[in-house]
Design a protein around this ligand. Structure first.
Ligand SMILES: Nc1ncnc2c1ncn2[C@@H]1O[C@H](COP(=O)(O)OP(=O)(O)OP(=O)(O)O)[C@@H](O)[C@H]1O
Ligand SMILES: [Mg+2]
Length: 296
């Protein structure tokens, strides 16, 4: 086993769903490999959640976010990444398990109450009001504290200068990347301590993706603890303190971002490698040429 493999925890990927009574203290620590000591700011424990009666999408998910951390969630399409974020934010009913914020239970608390308590959420899709201007979108973000609007607007305009310059433009006429900025800025209007980001780089060009990742890191360095769900798993793991791999609504692997990135199993199952694809294609061409030497 490689060092990287040693350092990365394989949790209950092949095992039956863990239930609260069967998870030992050691297993719990392993679920959050690399997490700092002390009380987490946000903790999800054994979450079972879903949309339709009798259909569970999350089958006992666990996640902790410590103060100042930037934590990534990666995994295949349909793994339940968005569902996990939505269940943290009170948008999907949690059937069992708990969510705590600063040690207080917030399970199934309404989203507007969570915003008031310092949680911000940027959904994967439909995350701006297209008929409203940029400024009006940001006012919606600050509706619980309208008197702070000017101060918060100045903060987000510094982070996203384009938004300040084009504050009277309708959000519906913005590009995908610009809309994503509006959505992120709106979530920042209430000065959250925890920011939940669902695929902020989706649909953006590589340069815009990089900008999004850098901005996320800047927000984190400014003191906001961040959970980021990402399709661009490699890039996300590069900037994250720790990562969780979800598969079929369960924790599959977890560990420091850079260790997960180099873990052979995580690469094979979840990251994929262009190099491997190219090698496979070359091998297939060689095999077919050997079988049919006349083919050019
Ligand atoms: N509103 C909904 N009603 C019913 N089922 C849903 C709903 N939203 C998602 N699901 C189902 O929940 C499962 C997990 O979906 P989820 O959106 O959490 O996955 P994901 O990991 O975020 O995937 P992706 O990488 O494609 O965004 C999927 O099988 C999906 O069909
Ligand atoms: Mg999703």
């Amino acid at each position: 086993m490689s060092d990287a493999m040693d350092a990365v925890t394989r949790s209950d990927h092949d095992a039956p769903a863990a239930t609260p009574s069967t998870v030992s203290v050691e297993d719990r620590a392993a679920l959050h490999r690399g997490a700092p000591a002390g009380e987490p700011l946000l903790a999800a424990t054994d979450l079972v959640a879903g949309y339709l009666p009798g259909v569970d999408i999350l089958n006992g998910c666990n996640l902790v976010l410590h103060p100042g951390e930037l934590v990534g969630i990666i995994g295949p399409n349909g793994a339940g990444k968005s569902t996990l974020l939505k269940s943290l934010f009170g948008l999907v009913p949690v059937r069992s398990g708990t969510v705590t914020l600063g040690g207080e239970e917030i399970t199934n608390l309404r989203a507007d109450h969570l915003v008031h308590r310092g949680v911000g959420f940027v959904p994967q899709t439909n995350n701006v009001f297209p008929s409203l201007t940029i400024e009006e979108n940001l006012q919606m973000g600050a509706y619980q504290a309208p008197r702070r609007f000017a101060e918060r607007f100045a903060f987000v305009a510094d982070l996203f200068p384009t938004l300040g310059e084009r504050r009277r433009q309708r959000a519906g006429s913005l590009s995908g990347g610009e809309r994503q900025m509006v959505a992120m800025a709106r979530a920042l209007m209430m000065e959250p301590t925890v920011l939940l980001l669902d695929e902020p780089s989706a649909g953006l060009s590589p340069v815009r993706q990089d900008e999004t990742f850098l901005r996320t890191r800047r927000i984190n360095k400014a003191g906001v603890s961040v959970v980021i769900v990402e399709q661009n798993a490699r890039r996300a793991l590069q900037i994250c303190d720790r990562g969780y791999v979800l598969d079929q609504g369960r924790n599959a692997y977890s560990g420091p971002g850079r260790e997960l990135m180099h873990d052979p199993k995580v690469i094979e199952l979840y990251l994929g490698t262009l190099a491997t694809d190219v090698e496979d294609a070359a091998a297939a061409r060689r095999e077919s040429a050997a079988q049919d030497p006349d083919a050019s």
